[in-house]
Design a protein around this ligand. Structure first.
Ligand SMILES: NC(=O)c1ccc[n+]([C@@H]2O[C@H](COP(=O)([O-])OP(=O)(O)OC[C@H]3O[C@@H](n4cnc5c(N)ncnc54)[C@H](O)[C@@H]3O)[C@@H](O)[C@H]2O)c1
Length: 256
């Protein structure tokens, strides 16, 4: 039986905690949020949970799930890995800084633990991972949004950004995690191309991955429903986080 620590009890943290509460492989769930109200409300609806500061629950957990913020990753990830505890990171954009990413990777290697990055709101990461074993010529992420989610009015389909992923995440931080996951799985932040499209015809955010390489061609597209508790998060992000947790506890590991 494993114990789980959760940092961030917002939309994704709540979905994961509710699923974890029902998993027979998990014994206790420790909750932490800077907003005491968020952890308090979540604690009320779970059976296996307890509220504790991160530093205190680190002595009791086998896995930590982060669904808080980039700042939380900067604050806690290193000390979690130093204790040999696996971590699942939702704020994947925190790994845009190459030195920070390399340091976490080295600490995890030294302490024989893992950093899990769920595919989040995007689909097709498994294909990009497999393809990257050999030569990948090009990877493009096309994110299409209703103009309202970009805070502007567009009368017709308009490409609002076209360039590399590194620049894209600076100009459109809302897209940070998706572009980061794809870049890390494939050919990196500088070679991955990103197109952000405003389209008045659509009313949902979609992400399309297009890749070419020695393997052939890949096209994967997801049209996302918003998370009922946070319209800025895709529901798929929560589902992928739960699937990652299940992957850790399940004997069968499917996917690249
Ligand atoms: N990988 C992906 O595809 C993907 C998709 C959606 C969201 N995300 C990321 O996941 C994270 C959580 O998303 P969400 O939709 O659940 O957000 P949310 O705003 O609903 O919840 C975040 C919670 O974390 C808490 N928090 C913030 N900083 C904290 C800190 N330093 N320590 C402890 N708690 C802290 C907040 O009080 C809040 O309750 C965000 O960083 C978001 O960018 C990733």
């Amino acid at each position: 039986m494993l114990n789980l620590g959760i940092i961030g009890c917002g939309a994704i943290g709540t979905d994961v905690a509710k699923a974890a509460d029902k998993m027979k492989e998990l014994n206790k769930i420790f909750l932490y949020d800077v907003d005491k109200n968020a952890s308090g409300e979540l604690n009320k609806i779970l059976k296996k949970s307890e509220i504790k500061p991160v530093k205190e629950f680190l002595n009791d957990v086998d896995i930590v799930f982060e669904a808080a913020s980039q700042k939380a990753v900067e604050e806690y990830a290193e000390s979690i890995l130093q204790k040999g505890i696996d971590i699942i990171l939702m704020s994947v954009g925190s790994l845009l800084d190459t030195d920070f990413k390399n340091n976490l990777e080295n600490t995890a290697r030294k302490n024989k633990c893992k950093i899990y990055l769920p595919s989040g709101a995007v689909c097709g990461i498994d294909g990009v991972l497999s393809a990257s074993i050999d030569e990948v010529y090009e990877v493009t992420l096309v994110t299409t949004k209703p103009p309202v989610s970009l805070g502007k009015k567009y009368e017709r389909r308009t490409i609002v950004y076209s360039g590399d992923a590194r620049e894209a995440v600076k100009k459109f931080p809302m897209n940070l995690n998706v572009a980061a996951s794809l870049s890390i799985a494939g050919i990196g932040f500088d070679k991955t191309k990103v197109e952000i499209v405003a389209d008045p015809v659509v009313n949902r955010i979609s992400h399309k991955i297009l890749a070419h390489g020695s393997f052939g061609r890949l096209r994967a597209e997801v049209e996302n429903m918003p998370n009922p508790n946070n319209p800025k998060s895709s529901y798929m992000a929560s589902l992928s986080a739960i699937a990652t947790l299940k992957r850790i506890v399940n004997p069968i590991q499917i996917g690249a």
